[in-house]
Design a protein around this ligand. Structure first.
Ligand code: NAG
Ligand code: NAG
Ligand code: NAG
Ligand code: NAG
Ligand code: NAG
Length: 365
């Protein structure tokens, strides 16, 4: 037990703090700060699995144009702070529950241009702040929806916080209402460039906040369009935003139907507008800052600790050199108590030190 030991421990501690301060970039990726946000760029690096090492402070990760095929549970748990994740242009086939567990802050998720043939309705349940999801250009999604429609599946996706859903170029042929029924916060829906013939009947109950719907490049047959809830909900207040290119529809559809909205519908709609949509998660301080503050505090506490122990031991020995106290005197017991408090050690361990000190004193005498 010496000053040297204390100094060595301190140097080790400070070293590990310094190491933490140096961001560790996943192998093969480039890490940088984009407008002050830690960003990790892993695009087009032939990744077959998401990187599983690296600093845990990144807010954005770009894994676009890799070779990701299947994603297991907790695939991104090493990056718990991620807000933006770009997985576009990969070969992802299935999205199961739990894929994004551990990365539960994700708000923006791009899964466009993959090969999805299975999407669990609950795969986003671990991301309560998700706002943007693109499944664009997944050419089998249309088939998935047809199958689910036959099987009378309840929800295509459950994500109450989702604001924007992009389903363009997905070979969708029918768009039954249940596809959006788990998305009460949806404000923008893009189903452009599909093969939808019948205007979507979107329940005003499930998507009362829908503001923009992109229906471009679909072979609509506009029969009965005015009876559809989406038209009602939409045309009443936001006539102009609806029609992007439904040029072949009757004039009243393009310009808005004269609608009779029933009292019941009006009530349902007001209730829907009152349902609380989860807010995005509150932004926290980047964790790294706390790591540094924590590290610095540990170092400081350690410094004080060593200084006190050192001081305590020295004074014990000094005080006991002259005059030699009778063993177990009130004075030495008081010192014992003091040291015990500082060290928080059990009695027996402490006694060994005390004996050493005493024996040294005997030599001196
Ligand atoms: C990821 O990289 C691609 C280019 O490969 C780029 O188009 C895309 O915008 C990037 N994603 C994000 C979220 O920055
Ligand atoms: C993106 O997806 C579309 C539709 O599935 C496909 O036609 C296109 O080739 C894909 N692009 C790339 C670069 O993979
Ligand atoms: C119509 O647009 C306004 C302004 O963008 C918006 O506040 C309102 O919620 C929209 N109404 C509907 C039914 O989408
Ligand atoms: C509407 O669609 C037609 C046929 O697909 C196309 O020729 C036309 O340019 C589109 N108009 C707009 C405004 O997008
Ligand atoms: C609205 O209701 C009135 C009377 O109930 C009916 O005559 C009219 O055709 C309805 N309009 C539409 C567009 O359904």
């Amino acid at each position: 037990m010496s000053a040297a030991a204390a100094v060595i421990s301190l140097v080790l501690l400070l070293g590990s703090v310094a190491q933490l301060a140096q961001a560790q970039c996943p192998l093969k990726c480039r890490c940088m700060a984009v407008s002050n946000k830690p960003y990790v760029d892993c695009q087009a690096r032939n990744f077959e699995k998401p990187p599983n090492t690296g600093d845990d402070t990144y807010l954005e990760m770009n894994l676009s144009r890799n070779r990701l095929k299947s994603l297991g549970s907790y695939s991104f748990e090493k990056f718990p702070q991620l807000l933006v994740l770009d997985l576009s242009y990969n070969f992802i086939v299935e999205l199961h529950d739990g894929v994004f567990k551990g990365a539960d802050r994700i708000e923006h998720l791009d899964l466009s241009n993959n090969s999805l043939v299975f999407v669990s309705p609950h795969f986003l349940e671990s991301c309560p702040g998700i706002q943007f999801l693109s499944l664009a250009r997944n050419e089998y999604i249309g088939k998935v929806m047809e199958k689910e429609n036959e099987e009378k599946v309840q929800n295509f996706l459950v994500a109450p916080s989702l604001r924007t859903l992009v389903l363009s170029d997905c070979q969708i042929t029918t768009f039954p209402p249940w596809i959006v029924s788990g998305l009460p916060g949806l404000s923008t829906l893009d189903i452009s460039n599909n093969k939808i013939k019948v205007l979507p009947v979107i329940s005003i109950v499930s998507v009362c906040r829908l503001i923009t719907i992109n229906l471009e490049r679909n072979p609509f047959n506009c029969e009965g369009a005015c009876a559809n809830a989406v038209t009602k909900n939409y045309f009443i207040e936001n006539k102009t935003k609806f029609d992007k290119n439904v040029t072949f529809c009757p004039r009243n559809v393009r310009q808005g139907c004269e609608l009779n909205i029933t009292r019941e519908e009006q009530e349902v709609r007001s209730k829907c507008l009152l349902t609380k949509i989860p807010d995005p998660l509150p932004r926290e301080q980047p964790r790294s800052l706390w790591v540094y503050i924590g590290g610095a505090s540990i170092a400081l506490v350690a410094l004080i600790f060593f200084a006190m122990v050192f001081n305590g031991l020295m004074s014990t020995c000094k005080r006991e050199t002259s005059p030699p106290p009778s063993p177990g005197s009130p004075h030495s017991r008081a010192v014992q108590m003091e040291l015990k408090e500082i060290l928080g050690r059990p009695d027996n361990v402490y006694k060994d030190d005390d004996d050493e000190c005493d024996s040294d004193n005997e030599h001196l005498v």
